[in-house]
Ligand binder design. Structure first.
Ligand code: BES
Ligand code: ZN
Length: 462
């Protein structure tokens, strides 16, 4: 048996114990955006630090003004070939609302069969607890079989990725020497489809903004005041309606500055991908794309910017009915960015766009929720070759290099602050319901994800 074969056999023989560890981690309600779950975030961090100790790392929980970071370095001091790597994942998860749409408790993970496929259900199974464990479990197997890892490995696990990564910049600056390695490995992305592995080479950036319109100084009776009294919901609805034209184009001034047009070569590559836009929308009960006219669904997700409304509130939204004119109405907006779009300019231009439309009798307040530019990897980034070999060996298929509609802010910061490029390999699927009710992770994603990382570690040492 070769070095790697013995590790793969060990992974296969111990998959049930790996799954049990994943269930333990998913049980922590580590919702980073809601202060009510602060202690659950800490408990998840402590569990992970102990898991790192368990596989021979010096695991530690590091305080930040927000949720803690978990850092660990392999204690094995031997010289290793290949690059020193820093693995990154996040242990925080998205909120679970609306809870009534879950078919089972989001924090009581179950292994069940869905449409003939074995999955583990639960918030964070796919984004990102199951995914980050694929890497730690690969390290565990290597250590169990050979007593050591093929390359020098450190680990950084964040607890605020889903809520704007507020502590990240100061943390990276303060621990620059400790965390700067030759290469970052990230497991927080998807495969191309169930059978086709992928390496993500482009991520969209993000600007998060919350806008609140205030009219009267209190909620009013809508019979007594409706008509003459300014209604902030009407004001907000009109502004939001103005933000797109009927071709799906965003109307914020200068919004498209820095958005590159795809080269004919990339366009041809993308057109040749077996991406079925109809099926992509069909899976979520839709059939008509609403992005910019003239761009394929694949382009709309991977190469075009957006301005989306993620939540809207104001007035009475409880059960029953209440005839009220609200004092306030607000919206949470996220713009996804591509190419060279400047997040700060976009925020300023969005604010100006809104201010210009607020009537004199009303006021507007803004709150920011993060800003990061889009990121792409250099085409000649050497670890893509080693990653491709490892994925080809595991999945028996050529991996695809692809873009991704989502954002992982740290990838840009690894480059600008620590000078590291990132190899992004993930095993989640578009249908995993990340950020939605009934999130799941396929057992095959987990199992072959662990096997894939074992192969990547071996390939990096060659
Ligand atoms: N894992 C996702 C990123 C992602 C999304 C990968 C879709 C693959 C497909 C990540 O945890 C995430 O959701 N990031 C947030 C970041 C934001 C809050 C700054 C996102 O993209 O909305
Ligand atoms: Zn994630």
């Amino acid at each position: 048996m070769t070095q790697i074969d013995a590790v793969l056999a060990h992974i296969d023989a111990n998959i049930d114990a790996s799954l049990a560890r994943m269930q333990e981690l998913v049980r922590f309600k580590s919702i980073s955006t809601d202060p009510a779950f602060k202690n659950e975030c800490r408990k998840a961090a402590e569990w992970l630090s102990a898991a790192l100790e368990d596989i021979g790392f010096d695991g530690s929980v590091r305080e930040t003004p927000g949720h803690p970071m978990v850092v660990g370095h392999d204690k094995d001091a031997a010289e290793k070939p290949g690059p020193d790597v820093l693995f990154y994942g996040h242990y925080d998860v998205q909120p679970v609302d609306p809870l009534n749409l879950w078919n089972s408790d989001p924090f009581d993970p179950a292994i069940v069969e869905q449409k003939g496929v074995k999955v583990m259900t639960g918030r964070g199974t796919s984004d990102d607890k199951g995914q980050l464990l694929t890497f730690l479990e690969a390290c565990r197997a290597f250590k169990a079989v050979h007593g050591s890892l093929p390359v020098k490995v450190s680990v950084l696990l964040e607890g605020e990725e889903e809520s704007g990564s507020h502590s990240l910049l100061p943390f990276l600056h303060a621990h620059k020497d400790e965390l700067s390695k030759d290469l970052a490995l990230v497991c927080d992305t998807t495969m191309f489809d169930e059978t086709t592995p992928a390496m993500t080479t482009m991520l969209r950036g993000l600007v998060g903004e919350e806008i609140t319109i205030t009219a009267a100084d209190r909620d009013l009776h809508s019979g007594t005041y409706g008509g003459p009294a300014a209604n902030p919901i009407r004001v907000l609805a009109r502004i939001l309606a103005d933000l797109h034209d009927d071709q799906g184009r965003v109307q914020i001034p200068h919004f498209y500055e820095g958005v590159p047009e795809l080269s004919d070569e990339v366009k041809a590559q993308w057109d040749a991908l077996p991406f079925d836009g109809k099926a992509f929308l069909g899976e979520v009960g839709l059939s008509i794309p609403t992005g910019e006219t003239g761009y394929s669904i694949y382009e709309q997700i991977n190469a075009r910017p957006t301005c989306e409304f993620n939540g809207i509130s104001g007035g009475y939204t409880g059960d029953g009915f209440k005839t009220v004119i609200a004092s306030k109405a607000s919206v949470k907006i996220s713009c996804r960015l591509v190419g060279q779009q400047d997040p700060h300019a976009i925020r300023e231009n969005l604010r100006a766009f809104v201010k210009a439309r607020v009537p004199a009798d009303c006021s507007v307040d803004f709150a920011e929720h993060g800003a990061n530019p889009a990121h792409s990897l250099p085409a000649d980034f050497a670890p893509l070759q080693q990653g491709a070999k490892a994925l080809r060996d595991e999945w028996g298929k050529e991996p695809i290099q692809m873009g991704m509609g989502g954002s992982i802010p740290i990838v840009g910061e690894f480059k600008t602050i620590l000078g590291m490029d990132s190899l992004l390999i993930g095993f989640a699927l578009d249908g995993d319901n990340i950020h939605s009710p009934n999130e799941k992770y396929n057992i095959e994603s987990y199992h072959r994800g662990i096997r894939s990382w074992a192969r990547v570690l071996a390939a990096l040492a060659e």
